[in-house]
Ligand binder design. Structure first.
Ligand code: CP3
Length: 343
């Protein structure tokens, strides 16, 4: 049996519209919390292939989603480039020694070395692919170079992005040399994920909306496209999903060699359909906070299903699931999306 998720990525007819959720392997699941406890902490869980594989598979068993996403984090890449990473309670990820000048960039490990060091990820993929039903897909992922660089330069999450954006306007050359190095690492990393057995890849550009249009295309989209073209040439059978969050105003200029465009919740899906639906399959975009209410889920799912008409669509949230969503509501969303689109 083929994989309905993969067929849908290539715009083929499927018995229903497949569905998965960004951040589906995570804290809203009590079973995840148990395994994280066993591992010790979040990063130790990422480094433990056996346990990382277990949490990757949880949403398949518990929710019945059509695809599993590899359990890891986008920040393991800068971490393996030599930047010390920690997750502080209530604060999220922190690099205590952020990149601030050319010397710091030169000190980073080479992209090849970084990609080679991520063995625990490739090991996780092999274990998952062995245990996962053949009809389900395994999605690998990486952060977009721009999103990774925001953390590498700021050192932590930010509201204004002022340190990293200042570089764009005061030292664009330095910005490009950092982005080039990270782009190389991401290319090799995704290539190795594919060689280890993932069926599709997604690139998360979570902080796309921090940039004005010209800057977005020069400092982010250009590099996303470069990674996509590189992978498409080598692995045409592996679907590529690009998810730039919050750029509804820039859709007219979106192009490139990839298969699926991830629509975030702030981009109306009818707008995305009219601008990009003929070129790319669309993934998304239920507003994640709708998961707090079954009525809100039903209303949102019906609206999206009506617009997409079961064609060239993959159901998902418009960003990651939040940690305090009731599991029952997540189940309701998955089942409803599958049933309402069944032919
Ligand atoms: O989607 C999945 O279920 C797969 C696993 C996954 C995680 N992070 C696990 C995680 C994926 C795909 C990511 C991507 C990621 N990580 C992004 C891009 C996607 C997005 O949501 O925008 C970003 C920006 C990060 C960086 C990151 N990691 C942040 C900002 C945080 C802290 C905020 C938070 O949600 O806690 C993390 C930690 C993180 N990554 C957790 C998980 C399950 C929580 C850690 C824990 O407490 O167990």
């Amino acid at each position: 049996m083929g994989k309905i998720f993969i067929d849908a990525c290539f715009g083929k007819e499927t018995p229903y519209t497949p569905v998965w959720m960004m951040r589906q392997a995570g804290r809203y699941l009590p079973q995840y919390m148990e395994v994280r406890e066993k591992a010790g902490d979040f990063l130790s869980l990422c480094h433990n292939p056996q346990l990382a594989a277990e949490v990757t598979l949880q949403p398949i068993d518990i929710l019945g989603v059509d695809a599993a996403i590899l359990f890891s984090d986008i920040l393991v890449v800068p971490n393996e480039m030599g930047m010390k990473l920690r997750f502080a309670k209530g604060e999220g990820p922190i690099f205590d020694e952020p990149i601030r000048n050319m010397e710091d960039i030169k000190k980073l490990k080479s992209p090849i070395e970084a990609a080679n060091n991520l063995t625990y990820v490739y090991e996780t993929i092999k274990i998952v692919r062995e245990k996962l039903d053949d009809s389900k897909a395994l999605i690998g992922f990486a952060g977009a170079p721009w999103t990774l660089v925001t953390y590498m330069v700021e050192g932590r999450g930010t509201k204004t992005y002022s340190i990293v954006k200042k570089l764009i306007y005061t030292n664009p050359q330095m910005m490009h040399s950092l982005l080039k190095k990270v782009t190389e690492a991401v290319k090799l990393y995704l290539e190795k994920q594919i060689e280890a057995g993932v069926d599709a890849v997604q690139i998360f550009d979570s902080w796309a909306s921090a940039l004005e249009k010209e800057a977005y295309f020069e400092f982010s989209w250009k590099y996303m496209k470069e990674i996509a073209s590189y992978l498409k040439q080598k692995y045409p059978h592996i679907p590529i999903i690009l998810f730039p969050k919050g750029i509804a105003g820039y859709l007219d200029d979106i192009d490139g060699e990839f298969d699926v465009f991830g629509v975030d919740w702030s981009t109306p899906i009818d707008l995305a359909k009219s601008k990009l639906g003929h070129k790319y399959v669309l993934q998304g975009n239920l507003e994640p906070t709708r998961l707090y209410s079954k009525e809100a889920i039903k209303e949102g799912v019906e609206k999206i299903a009506n617009i997409m008409q079961n064609k060239r669509h993959i159901f998902n949230l418009g960003h990651g699931i939040l940690p305090d969503v009731p599991v029952e509501n997540a189940k309701y969303f998955i089942k409803l999306a599958q049933e309402i689109t069944a032919k």
